[in-house]
Design a protein around this ligand. Structure first.
Ligand SMILES: Nc1ncnc2c1ncn2[C@@H]1O[C@H](COP(=O)(O)OP(=O)(O)OP(=O)(O)O)[C@@H](O)[C@H]1O
Length: 372
């Protein structure tokens, strides 16, 4: 019990009348809008096929990283194919479907490709059911397709070993959820000029995660709602950057700022500034990943007339996707699933054709890179 004092933001007197200092946020907001504009402009020039590849790359990162926050590691190949299948993008051989991966992909694609459709409780229940198709989270049975009921006590965000857990946040009691969620959904669906669209995305994320209406999956759904409002904000249902991936990279910061905000006042300027900074970095990364997609496309165009076998194409694609470390004959053989002799023959052929070059990185074994 909180003895009447307001410990969490949802207990504040004027909840949920968000306040912030627009003057402080104006310039980071303009900078994010500029980066978004430049990114969409670059994409407008690259043609359908590459645009689809760029979007596939961003969505794959989004799905993988949003699940990593929860501690699940999804298989990148299943995620890529699950998205590619739904977007109708050709990525060559498709990996087999994984029901679990399909659920989270369904949610993120529904949130973004149908970003203009109203957000309703039925839609949220559908997303939740897609995340937990068995009705279990790990070994615990959870309520799916309905708000949580607090049968096992209040909803808390805790960390640490059992017995010495630290409570970071406590969400509003379950009996308030019907009213609270109706108010939230009405706000999401009402187009007003009350908040700039980017700030509305940040507020929706915070508001939802503060209500924490489900037994589990609240973080992932909050990020999907954020992505939905960002898609509305930039007027493009196709995604070319991933805020979830950036949040995953900076997740300790994300937890800290959330905790401070949820224990603070209704003035959430700091949370909004953090959200804009993170979005800014997500956009910078998207520019880099677009550079990589374009570079790869140009590389294959330039070498279109050189005959190559499947092994060579496979390893070159690995190098083009940003291979960590040095590519040696031994690693080549492992990736191409061939003997070191065959690997060396493939490598020598590409050296002779000017596709590869030796790099003098030192060390005992020779390493190879793409000849720029
Ligand atoms: N220290 C904290 N203070 C306040 N909120 C927190 C804190 N740590 C995490 N959270 C919020 O709680 C969410 C986790 O809730 P829940 O476990 O229901 O969601 P999830 O989708 O299963 O998890 P995750 O976000 O880890 O993938 C986090 O994403 C974050 O939004």
């Amino acid at each position: 019990m909180f003895c009447g004092e307001s410990r969490y933001i949802w207990q504040a007197e004027y909840w949920p009348n968000w306040r912030y200092d627009l003057a402080t946020l104006a310039s980071p907001m303009a900078e994010v809008a500029r980066l978004q504009g430049v990114l969409l402009g670059r994409l407008a020039d690259v043609g359908f096929a590459l645009r689809d590849q760029a979007s596939l790359a961003a969505l794959t990162e989004d799905v993988i990283k949003t699940s990593e926050i929860e501690g699940e590691r999804l298989d990148a190949a299943s995620v890529r194919s699950s998205i590619a299948r739904r977007l109708g993008v050709d990525i060559g051989a498709l990996a087999p479907a994984d029901r679990h991966v399909d659920g989270i992909v369904d949610m993120i694609l529904d949130a973004t490709t149908n970003c203009h459709a109203p957000l309703t409780r039925e839609r949220l229940f559908g997303w939740h059911a897609a995340l937990f198709p068995t009705g279990y989270s790990g070994l615990s049975r959870i309520t799916v397709g309905a708000w949580r009921d607090d049968a096992k006590g209040p909803m808390q965000v805790v960390s640490g070993p059992i017995g010495r857990q630290r409570v970071h946040f406590e969400a509003p009691p379950a009996d308030r959820l019907d009213v609270e969620m109706d108010r939230f959904l009405h706000w999401v669906n009402t187009p007003t000029d009350e908040h700039p669209p980017l700030l509305k995305a940040a507020l929706a994320h915070l508001w939802f995660v503060t209500l924490h209406p489900f037994d589990d999956g609240n973080g992932r759904i909050a990020r999907a709602i954020g992505a939905m409002l960002l898609a509305r904000a930039d007027g493009s249902p196709q995604r070319f950057y991933s805020l979830s991936a950036q949040i995953q990279r900076e997740r300790q910061d994300y937890y800290d700022i959330l905790e401070r905000t949820q224990k603070g006042t209704l003035d959430v300027t700091d949370w909004l500034a953090w959200f804009l900074r993170t979005l800014h970095r997500a956009l910078e990364r998207a520019h880099e990943s677009l550079d990589a997609v374009l570079y790869k496309a140009r590389f294959w165009q330039r070498h279109a007339s050189i005959p190559m076998n499947a092994r060579q194409i496979k390893v070159l694609n690995r190098l083009l996707d940003g291979f960590d470390g040095k590519m040696t004959t031994r690693k080549w053989a492992v990736i191409a699933k061939c003997s070191p002799d065959t690997a060396l023959r493939d490598i020598n052929d590409l050296l002779a054709r000017g596709v590869l070059q030796k790099c003098n990185a030192g060390g005992r074994s020779t390493a190879y890179t793409i000849d720029l």
